[in-house]
Design a protein around this ligand. Structure first.
Ligand SMILES: Cc1cc2nc3c(=O)[nH]c(=O)nc-3n(C[C@H](O)[C@H](O)[C@H](O)COP(=O)(O)O)c2cc1C
Ligand code: SF4
Length: 418
């Protein structure tokens, strides 16, 4: 498959932290171009590129930047919490092209008028954090960060903060709580972080991948971006493919690529495709009908799902969906922050029933009870985490309910033919 790439063009296995090598490949040209324009023009370019947030929700990046109030001393935060199972794209960027993140953050800081930025990196990435600290120091030495960047009047600096291993802290409001030293509980929106974030100041939170694409808007041009992919979700995307394919890994492809093309790029499915989960653990599970789905924000929303982080977990005909249900509900139960009752209690009940099924102690009525619980959670939970449980659990019950009923009837997994 022949197609444009950007992040993977910059990604190298060796010398990723070599600043001179990054510059020789065109690194920091985007920052130079951005600093030569007034901030409002920088925001206008990002808006016209159509870049949308790669952290999950697909919010238009330029629109978010515009809503940050400059006069109230804003902050910029790179969301590097990346706790989504099956997702390893931000990790890849930080390990193989760390200066793209620093460059994108500095452009974002200039655009919104921030002097200070934070990279909030998940606690499970200590080696990457060490590398990033070095990259930030080198960027400072070369005047891409710090006082009077590249001889302009603009000053901006970046610090790192490590997470403590919570998935929910990937939610931007929980992340800001954690950054301020509070318990990592999600907060009510509004006010949005762009109005009132860190210590009451407007705060721009963007995903690592979103920020890594920002330099492309200035080096390649906004129109380069809009020419790739669908009109309303343009540009390239990093997809993380794992599970039953011959070549699992990271693929940079145009937004809107059909699932079957992504799986072909990943070497094809081993055996027969039974199920695929797109967008992360909170995303729905589909059967082979999904092969024709274009992978972009609007197309997947129309299918009742979401592109989410771009994780694609492939399950073939040998996979036991009761086990999938158990693993998924255990994840939700372990990661629920416990702040609200429907999620704290509901996730534990779901895990209890799914575990009983797997242990050969399942009851037929569990299926209806699980549905009731996820329906209640979807309306009564405080944050998107609890609300989203209905998608994977509900879809497994819809698509694979008969298989789970057969498991319960025999109190063991009954293998499919083929
Ligand atoms: C439970 C939960 C977990 C999340 N985890 C992440 C994450 O690990 N990384 C991320 O960038 N966004 C995550 N998000 C989305 C963020 O709240 C936020 O929308 C994103 O960082 C904004 O960046 P973007 O506009 O560049 O996408 C999560 C949201 C929720 C509700
Ligand atoms: S829905 Fe779950 S994760 Fe969200 S606030 Fe409630 S307990 Fe915490």
């Amino acid at each position: 498959m022949n197609h444009a790439r950007f992040i993977l063009e910059f990604a190298v296995d060796r010398d990723a932290f070599d600043m001179e090598a990054y510059i020789s490949r065109g690194g920091f040209m985007g920052l130079r171009q951005a600093l030569a324009r007034p901030p409002a023009k920088v925001i206008a370019e990002v808006k016209s590129s159509g870049l949308r947030g790669r952290g999950g929700a697909g919010f238009p990046t330029g629109v978010k930047w515009e809503s940050v109030q400059r006069h109230k001393e804003p902050y910029v935060v790179a969301n590097a919490d990346e706790g989504e199972p099956g997702t390893f794209k931000d990790r890849y960027i930080m390990e193989h092209a760390p200066y793209l993140l620093i460059e994108g953050m500095t452009i974002a800081g200039y655009a919104v008028g921030a002097r200070r930025g934070f990279i909030y990196i998940r606690g499970e990435y200590p080696a990457i954090a060490k590398g990033l600290i070095k990259a930030v120091e080198d960027a400072r030495k070369h005047h891409f960060l710090g006082e009077k960047i590249l001889g302009t009047d603009y000053s901006f600096d970046i610090s790192l903060r490590m997470g403590g291993g919570s998935y929910v802290v990937g939610d931007e409001t929980a992340l800001l709580n954690s950054l301020m030293g509070n318990r990592g509980y999600p907060m009510m929106k509004p006010p949005y972080p762009t109005e009132e974030g860190l210590w009451g100041h407007p705060t721009l939170v963007n995903n690592v991948e979103t920020l890594a694409y920002v330099p492309a808007v200035f080096t390649k041009g906004a129109s380069w971006f809009t020419q790739i992919g669908p009109e309303h979700s343009p540009g390239l995307k990093l997809f993380c493919v794992s599970g039953d394919v011959h070549a699992p890994g990271l693929y940079e492809l145009p937004m809107g690529v059909p699932l079957h093309e992504l799986l072909e790029a990943a070497g094809g499915v081993k055996g027969r495709l039974k199920a695929v989960q797109i967008g992360g653990t909170a995303g729905p599970v589909y059967d082979d009908r999904a092969l024709s789905f274009p992978l972009d924000y609007d197309s997947l929303r129309a299918e009742g799902g979401a592109l989410g982080s771009g994780a694609v977990v492939v399950m073939n005909h040998t996979r036991n969906m009761a086990e999938f249900l158990e693993v998924t509900t255990r994840f939700f139960s372990e990661e629920s922050c416990g702040q609200c009752f429907p999620c704290r209690y509901g996730t534990r009940q779901l895990e209890f029933m799914a575990r009983n099924i797997m242990m050969g102690k399942g009851k037929e009525e569990y299926l209806d009870e699980m549905r009731e619980i996820v329906t209640t959670m979807s309306v009564a939970s405080f944050c998107p985490f609890g609300k989203s449980v209905a998608l994977p659990v509900g879809n497994v019950l819809d698509l694979f309910g008969d298989e789970i009923r057969t498991f319960i009837a025999h109190q063991r997994y009954v293998k499919e033919a083929g």
